[in-house]
Write a protein of this length. Sequence first.
Lengths: 316, 263
Amino acid sequence: MTVVIDVQGLHKEYGATVAVDDVSFSVQEGEIFGILGPNGAGKTTTVECVEGLRVPDRGSVRVLGLDPRRDRAELTQVLGVQLQDSQMPERLKVAEALDLYSSFYRSPADWRALMEQLGLADKATTPFKKLSGGQQQRLSIALALVGNPRVAVLDELTTGLDPQARRDTWELIEGIRDRGVTIVLVSHFMEEAERLCDRVALIDSGRVAVIDSPATLAERAVSEQRIQFRPTASFDDALLTSLPEVTSVIHRGDVVVVTGNRDALNAVISVLARNQIVARQLRVDQGSLEDAFLELTGRGARNGSAHGDGQGKGER
Amino acid sequence: MTVSAQAQPAAAGPGTRRSPLAQLTRVEFRLFLRERVGPVWGVGFPILLLVIFGSIPSFKDGLADSGGLTLLDSYIPILVVMSLGLLGFVSLPLTLVNYRERGILRRLETTPAGRVRVLGAQLIVNFGMAVVTLAVLLIVARLAYDVPFPRQFGAWIITTLFAAAVILAMGLFVASIGSTARAAAAIGNVLFYPMMFFAGLWLPIPAMPETLQHIAHAFPLGAAWESFQQAALGHWPPVLALGAMAAWTVAFAVIAGRFFRWE
């Protein structure tokens, strides 16, 4: 596997604010790499250094062996970018924007096909300001891909899209990856990262907390399992509380809620089976990437972004 | 949604790659017309003034000490300067600041378009509109109000180049120090009216007290007016006037280059 993006010891301050403290990661060719973290964690600043829009105070950044600042002309040919909240001139039409941007590149994609794939074909002559938020977002994705990039950096890909459009966009991104494009996805949507990313870097307060696959992270975060079911017959709680895997048993009406460690499910089901009880409407809440995220960034109890937020939403 | 596109070449095919600058200029020109600010103010307003002045009988009277010029004749260079000024002080900076505020310049920064082409397209569009306006002004004045064409046409063209250069440089200056569209509009207006005063919009320069006349000749739009006026009368523009415009162009361009921000 070839390393496409290599970031080492990245550090960036704005005045007294440390936006990125120490970030290192490398992205392999053909993967979808997620950069996740709370608002103000330094995600956007990190990718802006990759895009060459910012000069790091320390550290090195290489994209396909290119220096994002020094080799600007070459980098922009091979790196497609979708910026968070960037707009087009109000009266610029969809087809004009795609046609214009495609003229910047040596070997652009067929913008008409791209317009089709992103469901914008019937908006070809609609000016930017008359597009819905989702349509603007899709245009922005199309513009990031119109140069036939080898690497695409997509910042807040599906923010502002409705659930259907979000799913369509995910499929599109998977299709683009299948073409061999390496993708960096900046997101705060755990579901999106779980669905799309091969690996994710969790960034918190300007540092990489962990880099791993979403599944491994989710699994590691499972310290507790919650099992709910309706038993076919009543039973003595001691049956379950005596199990070492189980920490508590609660009754809610005729629903039983059992919490325990990650092996609790097996233990509970086999004890019930031995007593000829069937667990109906069984539901198990397992760990998710979100749990991993909250645990690793220590925000479980505080619910939301508690610090580093002085820079506001833009987190530049 | 499936993606079947395999690195297809552009519809135009290889070898016929379109020039990004030409594309940018074409698109910016269309947007300029659609936005209406530039056409209405930079082009329409000076022509409207010409029609108003041309309809006032006393503007057809001959001026004393002017070599047979009418008042209207002497106003043409002022209207020309004003038209350039409106494009430079209003249209150009408002577009650029709007693009900056809305992240459009930043987005362009991530493409191979390059800063030179992005700014170049804006300058070409505004310069092109200036040339069109000047031509329309001269033709309307000639056909409708018998104002003779400039007697020294070469001098008029040279002056147009110098004047456009200084005014576009001032436009870039306004765009570089105005951080928001509101601020840029305010700065543009604050500069525009004094500049136009020294180009004789309210009081013709020859009618000004001597001190003011000297100041006027040193100011960019006053120097532009002087050169246009000389060209209209059949003379070459004074070297001092051209020199003043060139110096102001360099000064404003340097400041703009130093302070212009792309985001």
